[in-house]
Design a protein around this ligand. Structure first.
Ligand code: ADP
Ligand code: MG
Length: 260
């Protein structure tokens, strides 16, 4: 009998009904003083539910632009983004905001925490903005802080936290609305190695719990934690990488014991 991993991941490139993200032919040009910058020149990417994918590539190749477009923070010039079966491209501002609240959690290199609010309030805010009452939002925020090992810091100001703790807090906040897809742009880029390790462990745990993650990184150690590495160059995805395919694990045949 073969034992296989319980989650079958589809072949990259083949659209599946359970794909969380399908990006096709994405183009984005920024007007700049000298000459227009073609940040995305036809990028394609597919993520199945539960995948942890790292995007790597030289500085300026379009990684952040890709993430921002997927998050609905900016609009594409051409191409399509389908998130959890819904088309992102072509949505109104309101539609985009609704979609972001329902489906997207995003974490940046420099945390973007609200310094005037407590740790707990930072985590509770997205749920309150999404329409949840303060009390249940704070209860959920407390649960998240527990899960992320920050509950003793609930009342503190974010400013007193270490870099790793600040990024864990930013991740807790990104998870507040139970996003379909967690996006992270160089989440360890501003951290020392201890902080980076802390944050990486957290991504691993979230992935083990079934969270779909798309993360941009320069760091090979971080990328190695992902199940698949996608490589970008000059505004395109040049290698979608191989997903961790279910590998049959042979059970060793018992060596026959000679009879008496
Ligand atoms: P990466 O994250 O891979 O380093 P980016 O997606 O940030 O790359 O940027 C891709 C290219 O687009 C770069 O040349 C960058 O300078 C340019 N770019 C990104 N955002 C803007 C912007 N808002 N205005 C003008 N140019 C931009
Ligand atoms: Mg970037």
């Amino acid at each position: 009998m073969d034992i296989t991993l319980d989650r079958q991941l589809p072949e990259p490139g083949a659209d599946q009904p359970d794909d969380v993200l399908v990006v096709r032919g994405l183009r984005k040009t920024f007007e700049a003083e000298a000459a227009p910058v073609r940040a995305l020149r036809g990028a394609d990417l597919t993520l199945a539910g539960g995948e942890f994918v790292a995007v790597m590539g030289p500085s300026g190749c379009g990684k952040s632009t890709l993430l921002n477009l997927v998050a609905g923070l900016d609009a594409a010039d051409e191409g399509t983004i389908v998130l959890a079966g819904e088309e992102v491209t072509g949505q109104s501002e309101d539609g985009l905001a609704r979609m972001r609240r329902r489906h997207i959690g995003i974490v940046f290199q420099f945390f973007n925490l609200l310094e005037g609010m407590s740790v707990l309030e930072n985590v509770a805010l997205p749920a309150i903005v999404a329409g949840m009452k303060r009390r249940p939002a704070e209860t959920r925020a407390r649960d998240l802080l527990d899960l992320l090992g920050l509950s003793d810091k609930a009342k503190a100001a974010p400013g007193v936290l270490s870099g790793g703790q600040r990024q864990r807090l930013a991740i807790a906040r990104a998870l507040a609305n139970e996003p379909t897809l967690l996006l992270a742009d160089e989440p360890t880029g501003a951290l020392d190695s201890d902080g980076g390790h802390e944050v990486l462990e957290l991504f691993r745990r979230l992935h083990d719990g079934g969270q779909t993650i798309l993360l941009v990184t320069h760091d090979d150690t971080v990328a190695a934690a992902a199940g698949r590495i996608v490589r970008m160059k000059d505004g395109r995805v040049v290698d979608e990488g191989a997903s961790l395919r279910p590998v049959p694990i042979p059970i060793p045949t018992p060596v026959p014991v000679p009879g008496p």
